[in-house]
Design a protein around this ligand. Sequence first.
Ligand code: PLP
Length: 384
Amino acid sequence: MQRIYMDHSATTPVDTAVLEAMLPYFCEKFGNASSVHQFGQEARAAVEEAREKVAHLINAKESEIVFLSGGTEADNYAIQGVGMALRERGNHIITSKIEHHAVLQTCEVLEKNGFSVTYLDPDPYGMIHPEMVAAAITPRTILVSIMHANNEIGTINPISKIGSITRERGILFHTDAVQSFGKLPIDMENMNIDLLSASSHKIYGPKGVGIIFIGRGTKIDKLIHGGAHEHNRRAGTENVAGIVGFGKAVEICENVMKDEGRRLTALRHYFWQKLQESMTGVYLNGHPTERLPGSLNLSFAGVEGESLLLSLDMKGIAASSGSACSSGSNMPSHVLAALHLPPERLHGSLRFSLGRSNTEENIDYAISALKEIVERLRAMAPTT
Ligand code: PLP
């Protein structure tokens, strides 16, 4: 049986060139980047080279890039750090109902500590518009946190326009760019962003490493205390091999981003067109055009997303479902719920996220598997 991976928004395989770049930093060049001797300086040089690559990709200054453990830590850092640093000035934060849990749960922690949080409703495509943000601002607002691209439905938000409103009003703006970093152009000089989260394992780099971009002059408290690592912004001995791998993954993204974006967009269109030709009762969730190149979130009427996911897995196809079944609740995802979809679209949803390994043949195979499974499940469903 062939195995086809179509869950690249969850994670990606480490690129072989990335692995090769990392290997010397485990046994041979194993120094602590804070040590003064040559072993340490070798590690330091590698960390700084990776920082240069990351900064270059997003047109930032190297001093604005802080390495840490990944997207979750970056989101926690941005929100808690600004909350703590600016609490004398205000206690209001604006975010959206469809952020990643790393943002939502951090906001909930702040709510328990005297902050008030506005959770914006997206439009039916999962987009947050600048006017929605502008209307929610109060004199106590200190931070707006709106993601660049949504991890479940792939919708891309008009980040620069949201940022120009926050800039004008003197409010800090954080964006969770974990899903867009390395896939969409990001320009920190021109996008009015103060804080940005990104993660290595979504772009064919290793897990457990990421960055927070902290724009010059941004007031933020530290999240992790200890040594003076990372310009005194994130304590803890640097994950040198991980950072080197992340840097290499970024370098590759910079070279392939345009072509890969075009190829994945075409593959996604092919998938959606063919699927509509081969069955009825299938719907696209998220924005029809303003979406991540490889991301396709679909609802199949009359089918449970979890049953579909498991049946696909038995045919070797890896996708992801929108329900929070793992929590035992079998509730629809908070993202789809916020789109106010009809119940059958909420429960029969599936996310396919295409990546470098996927081909048209993979999609043909997935479509024939989907056709067979959906027909079988619909025939078994009590409503049909
Ligand atoms: N934010 C978004 C939008 C994500 O998709 C993810 C991971 O799925 C995260 C944050 C968390 O990133 P990490 O896995 O690096 O902690």
